[in-house]
Write a protein that binds this ligand. Structure first.
Ligand code: PGA
Length: 294
């Protein structure tokens, strides 16, 4: 097996590129004899001369030329990786992998836009999905940060609650049940109910906390599509109040008064307790918590 060190590769690359031991030693901040020794050891390890030396002139041999190409590839990969690491450790840039529950979509998108304004060099990938898939991401360590309701208790996580997430019942503005001051769960259960898909935290919470049994007749895996369907008069929907704020303000949709509602949950910013957050992930976590309290 041929053995060589990175120091030897860097020395050889500099000597061939600069055609001089003296120039290479200046660039590498080591003495000229030290550079010479590196090349000698490399020559010994490879078992073939790598450079021809004529007076002060240095040029690569045939094998030296081939090996020089290998050195360039190795050094370029190492330098790229060094640059990538430096970039992700830089608190003002770096890359953020973030996965969020569908209910937090608009809050997080706004927060990311403001954050990106403050740190224009940062990059991010935002995944919007339901609770079931968020749990998988946490288990597989696929995201720097996860924003969700009720973190699981069977994983070693750091979870910080930062905002209330009220779950409400919504209807078309002409719905007859709007006339009642309060509606029982039994009364609304007789209506056409539009529910989120299995695996949605919104659905799990409503079934558990309001004791509702959804029959999955009409399931929609998007809050926005549920709002559209309710607006079109298809039935009664169950969503986070944060997802329907504009429609409520503009009276396009109404909030129904129903026993046990609103169900108040919290959003949490969550990550594995075992990993140290990158500087940019830590900054975004702090930013989210701060934005919610202001
Ligand atoms: P989900 O979100 O219904 O999209 O799973 C629930 C939550 O807020 O965690």
């Amino acid at each position: 097996m041929i053995n060589y060190t990175l120091k030897q590769l860097y020395s050889f690359e500099a000597v061939v590129r600069l055609k001089s031991f003296t120039k290479a030693s200046k660039e590498l901040y080591i003495t000229q004899p030290a550079v010479y020794m590196q090349i000698q050891q490399l020559t010994k390890n490879i078992g073939s001369d790598l450079v021809n030396i004529k007076g002060k002139k240095v040029s690569p041999t045939h094998i030296g030329k081939k090996f020089y190409q290998t050195c360039l590839r190795v050094i370029s990969t190492l330098e790229q990786s060094k640059a990538d690491i430096e970039q992700s450790l830089n608190p003002n840039s770096g890359h953020l992998e973030i996965s969020v529950a569908t209910t937090t979509n608009s809050f997080v998108s706004r927060a990311l836009a403001q954050f990106k304004n403050q740190y224009p060099n940062m990059t991010f990938h935002l995944e919007v999905t339901n609770r079931k898939l968020l749990l998988e991401k946490l288990a597989n360590h696929n995201s720097d940060l996860v924003i969700m309701g009720e973190p699981p208790t069977d994983m070693l996580l750091s979870a910080h609650p930062f905002m209330e997430n009220p779950l409400i019942v919504i209807s078309h503005p002409d719905h007859p049940l709007l006339k009642n001051k309060r509606n029982t769960i039994k009364a609304i259960s007789r209506e056409t109910l539009i529910t989120r898909e299995q695996g949605s935290g919104t659905r799990i919470t409503i079934e558990r906390d309001a004791g509702m049994k959804f029959n999955s007749e009409i399931e929609i895996n998007s809050n926005e599509a549920i709002i559209e369907a309710v607006q079109a008069g298809l039935g009664i929907g169950f969503v986070s109040k944060h997802t329907v704020q504009l429609e409520l303000e503009n009276n396009i949709i109404k909030q129904l008064n129903v026993d046990k509602f609103p169900i108040t949950r919290h959003w949490y910013v969550v990550h594995s307790a075992k990993t140290t957050l990158s500087p940019i992930a830590q900054r975004f976590k702090d930013f989210i918590i701060e934005s919610a309290t202001n």
